[in-house]
Design a protein around this ligand. Structure first.
Ligand code: DAK
Length: 259
């Protein structure tokens, strides 16, 4: 089942919900309509039991070169406050299923912020990441200063945020910003292979693992461990836990149902 929206394409195949940014002429610059489409697709996949994992990528020579500068150039602070677009954007980070990003070309500004909301990132060789907002007289506003700093620490994050310089894929992997670097030709194939592996895992365990790891970013260790423990207990009321352990004892492959 594939669906062509105005600025994205969606598809469900083999338990994977695909979201493909599709505005290649402007390097997938993210306008407001595209944000709504991405968030609506991700939320709909999150609710759809057919989808186990979400995979986001971009058509053309960029994942996304940032928010659409043309659309926002004349905005006033009050218009932005009233539009409250960040509220829509923030919902992407609330998606419970794992989100795999397959990025290439340029991953800049809002495009980088979107990538940083993913849970596992595959990048093609020669991908360039960065926050060039400073060169436009602004700064990231959709989580860039926070998420990058939590990943690489204050000194490194400021180095990139203050200059607006572009980070190579090699640097990004060194700082723990991405997981894998692959040849561009096999980027999607590798991300799909990984997504299929996740799709074979018990879905409730996947979402509770994701939730617990995200809490580790915000919570002190003790509180995080209490949160983790509740999720651990919760999994013992799932059918998948019974099936997973029974299958192990019976020396067969488990048949997880997401219940
Ligand atoms: N917005 C609009 N158009 C863009 C664009 C962008 N961010 N990036 C590229 N384009 C367009 C170019 O204008 C050009 O259009 P035409 O001239 O062909 O009509 C086309 O894409 C191809 O781009 P170039 O000709 O520039 O291609 P090059 O290979 O020479 O350069 C580049 C590629 C990526 C280095 C360059 O295009 C570039 O510097 N782009 C801008 C990068 C940037 O500054 N990005 C940060 C934008 S600020 C928000 C959430 C998030 C944000 C804001 C609000 N809310 C929820 C409210 C985030 C803000 C940002 O991201």
């Amino acid at each position: 089942m594939s669906n062509q929206l105005q600025f994205i394409q969606t598809q469900i195949e083999d338990g994977i919900g695909f979201i493909t940014l599709n505005r290649p002429k402007v390097l997938n610059a993210i306008n407001r309509q595209m944000v709504s489409e991405i968030v609506a697709a991700a939320e709909s996949f999150d609710q759809n039991p057919e989808v186990k994992v979400i995979l986001i990528s971009g058509n053309g020579r960029a994942f996304a070169a940032g928010a659409d500068i043309d659309e926002m150039k004349d905005d006033s602070s009050i218009e932005l406050e009233l539009l409250n677009q960040f509220a829509c954007w923030d919902r992407f980070a609330l998606v419970k299923k794992p989100i795999i990003g397959a990025v290439q070309g340029f991953v800049l500004g809002g495009g980088f912020e979107l990538a940083l909301c993913c849970d596992v990132l595959f990048a093609a060789k020669r991908t360039e990441f960065g926050f060039p907002e400073v060169n436009l007289g602004v700064m990231p506003g959709a989580g860039g200063t926070q998420r990058l700093t939590k990943l690489m620490g204050k000194m490194k994050a400021l180095e990139w945020l203050l200059t607006g310089d572009r980070m190579s894929a090699d640097e990004a992997i060194q700082y723990g910003v991405i997981n894998r670097i692959v040849e561009k030709e096999v980027l999607l194939e590798e991300a799909v292979k990984y997504s299929k592996k996740l799709a074979s895992r018990p879905p409730i365990a996947l979402r509770l693992i994701k939730e617990s790891v995200l809490k580790a970013i915000d919570y002190p260790l003790y509180e995080g461990m209490q949160f983790e423990r509740k999720n651990f207990y919760l999994l013992f009321s799932s059918e998948d836990q019974k099936e997973g352990m029974k299958a192990f004892i019976e020396k067969r492959k488990p048949n997880f149902k997401g219940k």
